[in-house]
Design a protein. Sequence first.
Length: 255
Amino acid sequence: MQPKPISVQLYTLREASKTDFNGVLKRVAAMGYKGVEPAGFYNYAARELRKVVEDLGMVISSSHTPWANPGNLQEAIDTAGVLGLDLVASGYGPEDIKNMEAIKRTAETVSGMAPKLQQAGLKLFLHNHWWEFCKVDGRLAYDWFAELCPGVLFELDTYWASNFGANDPAVEVAKFKTRAPLLHIKDGPLVKDAPMTAVGKGKLDFPAIIKAADPKVLRWLVVELDACATDMFQAVEDSYRYLVGNGLATGRRAV
């Protein structure tokens, strides 16, 4: 597989973004990232944010704003159009996936959003956490869910998909590879509630994980760290250096 471009989920840098979002974007661009995935616009209008990002030599790879639901689909459609995206994000909490009844109810909600998005030329992708990769009635909850929603795409979070070592994330990527245009790349000790590490400094095997994706479907590798024991900017830069330096991703700056 030819290396895919590297983006960063800006939730990773949320604390610094609260006071200097423009400075965060400049630092990410200087590291060499090709894209950013916003999680909040921090007082920018969508059009303004796109211009700032593109003026820095990057693009908006995907967005978690707004988080699509049946009540805000037109806003999600309009925002995607302004940002130049053909994908819209959503995701669900543990109560929405906890048993078969909940899975079926959530799948019905997701399927109900599809027609309006399709009319606008958009597709829905879902971002997972660890609870989708627990077992329900003998199978992983996401396996049931994926069967019930054949038209939905996935931004597979490779760390959460491991469910703290219970699953092989490369196997999970391979399972969903025809429906995963985005991968969240995060690393850590695979211990619940423990802070994450820069990519390459934890326990995940990223060469195997990335190799398991479908090169015709995968668009972006998106670095995300929910929490980290070290300086977050340093961890984001170290993650870039690991992925680009090992030929697993492409950036705007050589390592």
